[in-house]
Ligand binder design. Sequence first.
Ligand code: 0HH
Length: 208
Amino acid sequence: LPPYTITYFPVRGRCSAVRIMLSDQGQQWKEVVVSLDEWMKGDLKKTCVFGQLPKFQDGDLALFQSNTILRHLGRKHGAYGKNDSEAALIDMFNDGVEDLRIKYLKLIYQEYETGKEAYIKDLPNHLSKFEAVLAKNKSGFLVGDSISFADYSLFDVLLNHQVLSPTCLDSFPALKGFVQRVSSRPKIKAFLESDAYKSLPINGNGKQ
Ligand code: 0HH
């Protein structure tokens, strides 16, 4: 029986990096898919610490907050740096990815029609920061010489942005190389090619 359970809506959304990470780490997990109708009944919401999904269960431990889930898996599976300094830098980059993710979600859910053009125009200002980090760290990862939960989150956000704007990485060779390398890790490649991944929309409102 897999020790992990993800309870979430039928989207990639805030679980995509978690699922990519679990796949790459060779883990199995159970999915509990919550329809919008089911959610609207309100019973599940009442049991969620912040009234939101995803929920992640590791045996008896129930976690909310997608970045908390990533950190927990980082600790358990050796994807949180090799010392406190690396862990702090990984936290920093993950928070940077979260800032970009929030901007992206605001565009998708609040101002897609009116804001897309300006968003894409401003995007290099954000991508260039991650480009500089990856260009400097020759290992190909954000921090140190092995993959961390922040890499999985950056990877997921970059995949979403390539759907939003297919050419957005063209002037960022380090980011392009990063996406290519992470995509071709065998377990990630298999997951990205699976129906479990492909059948889910990125977002809940049909925009991407
Ligand atoms: N900071 C939290 C985290 O990182 C944010 C969680 C959050 O925003 O975990 N949860 C949202 C769902 S994520 C939530 O629970 C966005 C996906 C929306 C999919 C909608 C359903 C589509 C069905 C096809 N929202 C519900 C709520 O707040 O009541």
